[in-house]
Ligand binder design. Structure first.
Ligand SMILES: C[S@@+](CC[C@H](N)C(=O)[O-])C[C@H]1O[C@@H](n2cnc3c(N)ncnc32)[C@H](O)[C@@H]1O
Length: 267
């Protein structure tokens, strides 16, 4: 079980990440792209991964820094940046580091943490340290935007399972190999508010051999008012709270909690 998402376990996980249709089709990309385009200064994306959101932002002309802990995800992102035209590439900076402790020696107008990356931060001390770092990297009145899933108590009560649940039926990759993906929750720690999750990739090679790759990691879940308190303690005021990437308000059945917060004091 790896901390911080398990992306370091094998380089294959970074390659496979880019192939998953449910990641590629997520509506968050257009949402974050719109936010980055309307920022009136440099953007910092924490947990930028292989660049699913960072690359479209760079192509749109944003001045963007991406920070990620995983060597493999950053290598994949760097390859894509290197293929951009010069004028776009020059506006991108990639840094390896942890969102709970970083010093980029710069100020940003927008910091984003897309696709639930904050849920890789398990403990409260680390969460506070990370949000404090973000505060120090934002201009006064600058914006922090992040999303986490909204907890559905009905699902949480029956989430533990030995059985793998298929979430990506087998499909053919461009090189002719075939990929299918499942997930399961192997342990629940309700006292510390995280589940131990496995995402399991089955890659069928052209030879017919099936390889199984397991990404195992603890995944934190947050409640709405817990995040409101964490943000208040680290110098932020919430200006909007959406329930989905169409910017609809948070409702009981909303899949996401998308926080838009403004830095209102130095800490
Ligand atoms: C679900 S991926 C999201 C990647 C990208 N933002 C996207 O939307 O496709 C989560 C990313 O967070 C990174 N990550 C996890 N813990 C981190 C930490 N403490 N500091 C920086 N990055 C972290 C992982 O390496 C991974 O690339």
């Amino acid at each position: 079980m790896s901390k911080y998402g398990g992306y370091e376990d094998t380089p294959r996980l970074a390659e496979l990440y880019d192939l998953v249709p449910m990641y590629n089709n997520r509506a968050d990309r257009d949402f974050y792209l719109k936010q980055a385009r309307s920022a009136d200064g440099p953007v910092l994306e924490l947990g930028c991964g292989s660049g699913r959101i960072l690359i479209p932002c760079a192509k749109a002309g944003c001045d963007i820094t991406g920070l990620d802990l995983s060597t493999h995800m950053l290598t994949s992102c760097r390859t894509k940046v290197e293929n951009l035209p010069n004028e776009m590439r020059e506006r991108v900076r990639l840094v390896q580091g942890s969102m709970v402790d970083f010093d980029l020696k710069g100020k940003y107008s927008l910091v984003t943490i897309p696709f639930r990356a904050l849920q890789h931060i398990i403990g409260v001390e680390e969460q506070l340290a990370g949000l404090s770092c973000i505060n120090r990297h934002l201009q006064m009145n600058g914006t922090l935007i992040f999303d986490v899933f909204q907890v559905d108590m009905k699902i949480m009560s029956r989430i533990l399972s030995d059985k793998e649940i298929e979430n990506t039926p087998e499909f053919k990759l461009p090189d002719g190999c075939r990929l299918r993906r499942t997930h399961r929750v192997v342990a629940v720690d309700s006292v510390n508010q995280f589940n131990n999750v496995e995402i399991i990739y089955y890659l069928t090679e052209l030879s017919g051999e099936v390889r199984r790759y397991v990404q195992a990691f603890p995944f934190r879940y947050y409640f709405r008012f817990e995040l409101e308190h964490l943000l208040a303690r680290t110098g932020f005021k919430i200006v909007d709270l959406f329930g989905d990437f169409d910017e609809s308000p948070l409702k009981e059945e909303s899949p996401e909690m998308i926080f838009i917060a403004e830095k209102v004091r130095e800490i």
